[in-house]
Ligand binder design. Structure first.
Ligand code: MTE
Ligand code: HPA
Ligand code: MOS
Length: 767
């Protein structure tokens, strides 16, 4: 079955917020942002702006009828600044005008008095000053302190990863309508409709039942709309609530880039100890997470960094500590991988440091330490149905690693100004929200009297294909064609108290709930068939819309059965609840069984580096991935391709830059580059690992949304290999993204900014 949406996307028929026909009387909202990254907010002057043409209202914190608070995990984030400003781009006031143009024009007439305060942008500086969002967390297994004495080799170092702009194609936005009885209906581009509902109700000082949130689809989320769609939904609703007119608020691209948080940059320390056989005996890591000015999802992201600190390796003695550091940047947030990639980069860096020092291939260390069945993760869950070794071995066979290596070596022998690098990147990613309670979902299924079906769940379609998968689950469970199934918009009045569509678990949670609802309907219809057509329940089935009795077509079809059930007053609606069984986690001991299962895979990345220019091209990314029993190979392969390329972008060309004043320098698509057709790998192979899947995965088809991003980490290490092929003695610092500029500085240290201005690249350096 194909992804249901692309045909409509390509024709421009899919509806996003900005495609919703504008209702008469609509006001257009724009946000006035803090011009400073930190300071005491003494006054907001709006009189001139209020007099501007078309301006109806200007709302500030004082206009909020309920509580001015939208913090999800920690209540530390005002909707509109009050008393202080904590980052550049923080919403201070909301301008409501008859047209967007008029609202924009009025922005320039607003002035604020702010007494500047010191600005922190560096997480280590924040930690040194005790500016932590939550107390530090430590995951521990064994006794790393005692293990050092048994190690034959010990290496330590630092590793840095940069932030990442989500760059969803549809920017943040919402359209809010006042409803009768003093409520608000919000059309929102959010991964978390219930979060928008809950926070808006709180801000307006009314019950959640007065707020309806509806989501048709997102033009991409990538985690950026898990929590950070909320302010725009709440602001639009505030405007509608106060002005009693519809209010539309859609950020333009640069406002979105300035005002919203991104993937957390991390700065980390590592120490790794190995025995003489290259078995890792001990690993210690300290992570400094740049959380930005408010908690947002940072504590949960921090936790997942610790969950994935050892990637796909068994290490008996681990101490991993993580600090969530408050800085004066926009609050950073969920981004595909949710802190996992940041943790995995550091352990890979530690392995590479050891390999380079010992003169062995990093893959030798990786291979010898892969997780095996029932090995314990530091959080004590055993690796069950562990495919780490299988993925590794399959990759070696399918892609012939020795041959790939020989090709790279031969190329590097023959070429002086171009060098190739090859990396191996095995991954392991845990599936489930790490907060156990969030692993629940509901589905509401209606069968209409003509035999067509409407399915509502909490799942939000953001391009990942979850609606297609849910339609497949319903069709397969009921024994009917997917053409009869419509997956409805995600709406808080049809399915309540939803977890966000995140953690790669959306299809599992909502798909399982859909399956339960459809199984109940199917059983009810078959029981009805027994009485109506005097058949035995045992051996009754529905296949291809035909009722079968003991494998033979009975005298009724799906359509007839549904109709007759209706006339016999049998309910054709079912609501089902699914909660992932068996999982638990204690955040005090940091032990438990948090994940429904783990996803494994291995990627080989080859790169060709132009050692004159510092530019590079990825020749190939070759992946073996553990899909389980993929229910939709086309969608799943698309997720692998998109995820891997997004990871490559994070590791190579996407350089997010703030200056010391907390001002975003990479503030548009001119200065922030994501992979395009010219920079994606020339070849991207995906091999489906043959495994039976997992019973806690929907139809045994494993979650696929986030894991492939981490294959992109291999891109960093492939480029590093190529640099070292040119300058063998050099050990670059572990600093991602490895942009062409950084590559050049690593190839020619004389170019470093400390050198005098007229730097000549000498022939000896090139040679
Ligand atoms: N794929 C597309 N096309 N667009 C997206 O926004 N988000 C990613 C991933 N793949 C995303 C995507 C992220 S961050 C997650 S958590 C998962 O999809 C969420 O969907 P799932 O739970 O259905 O996998
Ligand atoms: N992953 C993604 N989003 C989340 C999680 C998680 O583990 N926990 C809370 N939100
Ligand atoms: Mo994805 S980062 O869990 O939205």
């Amino acid at each position: 079955m194909n992804h249901l949406d692309p045909v409509r996307h390509v024709r421009g028929e899919s509806q996003y917020i900005d495609d919703v026909p504008v209702q008469q009387g609509t006001l257009h909202a724009v946000v006035f942002e803090s011009p400073l990254a930190h300071g005491r907010l003494r006054a907001i002057h709006v009189a001139d702006a209020l007099n501007a043409a078309g301006v109806i209202r200007i709302l500030t914190a004082a206009d909020i009828p309920g509580e001015n608070q939208i913090g999800g995990i920690v209540p530390d984030e005002p909707l509109l600044a009050e008393g202080h400003v904590h980052f550049r781009g923080q919403p201070v006031a909301l301008v409501l005008a008859e047209t967007e143009h008029q609202a924009q024009a009025a922005l320039h007439l607003i002035r604020v008095d702010i007494d500047p305060l010191p600005i922190i942008t560096d997480p280590r500086v924040a930690a040194a000053q005790g500016e932590l969002i939550v107390p530090p967390r430590t995951f521990r297994i064994g006794d790393s302190g005692a293990a050092w004495s048994q190690c034959a080799h010990i290496f330590e170092g630092e590793a840095e990863t940069g932030g990442q702009e989500h760059l969803y194609i549809e920017t943040q936005g919402a359209y809010a309508f006042p409803t009768e009885m003093g409520g608000v209906r919000i059309i929102s581009s959010t991964q978390g409709p219930t979060a928008v509902q809950r926070h808006t109700a709180h801000v307006l000082g009314i019950g959640m039942h007065q707020i309806e949130v509806d989501v048709t689809r997102l033009g991409g989320g990538f985690g950026g709309k898990e929590d950070q769609a909320t302010p725009w939904g709440a602001l639009a609703a505030l405007g509608a609530f106060v002005a009693r007119r519809p209010v539309k608020l859609v950020l333009d691209r640069m406002a979105d880039m300035r005002m919203t948080g991104k993937r957390h940059p991390y700065s980390s320390d590592f120490r790794i100890g190995l025995d003489a056989n290259l078995r890792i005996l001990a690993y210690e890591a300290t992570f400094y997470q740049n959380a930005g000015a408010a908690a947002d999802l940072s504590p949960a992201v921090l936790e997942r960094t610790l969950f994935h600190a050892t990637n796909t390796y068994f290490i008996p003695n681990v101490t991993a500590t993580a600090y969530s550091c408050r800085t004066n940047l926009p609050p950073n947030t969920a981004f595909r991988g949710f802190g996992g990639p940041q943790g995995m980069f550091v352990v890979e860096a530690a392995i590479v440091r050891a390999a380079e020092a010992l003169g062995v291939a990093a893959s030798e260390i990786q291979r010898r330490n892969l997780l095996r069945e029932n090995d314990l993760f530091p959080y004590r869950q055993p690796a069950e149905m562990c495919n780490a070794g299988l993925a590794w071995d399959t990759a070696e066979q399918v892609y012939d690693l020795p041959k790939l290596r020989a090709e790279v070596a031969a190329f590097n022998q023959q070429n002086e100004q171009c060098k190739k690098g090859l990396s191996v990147m095995p991954i392991c990613f845990g599936i489930s929200f790490t907060k156990t309670a969030m692993n629940q979902a509901r589905a509401l299924v209606h069968i209409y009297t003509d035999g067509t079906v409407g399915v509502s769940t909490g799942a939000v379609e953001m391009g990942q294909g979850v609606n297609t998968k849910i339609a497949q689950v319903a069709a397969q469970t009921l024994g009917i064609s997917p053409n009869r199934v419509k997956v409805e918009s995600t709406n808080t009045t049809r399915v309540a108290n939803t977890s966000p569509s995140a953690a790669s678990a959306t299809a599992d949670l909502n798909g399982k709930a859909t399956q339960l609802a459809c199984e109940a309907l199917r059983e009810r219809l078959l029981r009805h068939a027994c009485t109506e057509y005097t058949l035995h329940y045992e051996g009754l089935d529905i296949r291809n819309e035909q009722v079968l009795s003991a494998g033979q077509p009975a005298d009724t079809t799906w359509e007839k059965l549904v109709s007759s059930a209706y006339w016999q007053r049998v309910s054709l609606t079912e609501n089902a609840h699914y909660a992932t069984p068996d999982i638990h986690f204690d955040p005090v001991t940091n032990q438990g069984y948090p994940f429904a299962y783990h996803v494994y895979g291995t990627a080989y990345t080859t790169v060709t580096l132009d050692c004159l220019r510092g530019t590079y091209t990825f020749d190939a990314v070759r992946i073996v991935h553990d899909f389980g029993e993929s229910m939709n190979p086309a969608i799943d392969q698309g997720q692998i391709e998109g995820g891997a390329v997004q990871g490559i972008g994070w590791m190579t060309m996407e350089e997010l830059l703030y200056n010391d004043e907390g001002r975003l320098l990479s503030n548009s698509l001119n200065s922030y580059k994501i992979p395009d057709l010219y920079s994606v790998p020339q070849r991207l192979d995906v091999h489906f690992l043959e495994t039976p899947g997992h019973p806690r995965a929907v139809l045994r088809s494993k979650a696929v949304g986030e894991p492939p991003l981490m294959y992109g980490i291999g891109a960093y290490f492939a480029v590093r290999e190529a640099i070292r092929a040119f300058r063998p003695a050099h050990q670059p610092t572990f600093s991602a993204p490895i942009t062409p500029e950084k590559v050049l500085l690593n190839l020619y240290p004389a170019l470093a900014p400390t050198a005098t201005s007229a730097v000549v690249v000498s022939n000896t350096a090139v040679a």
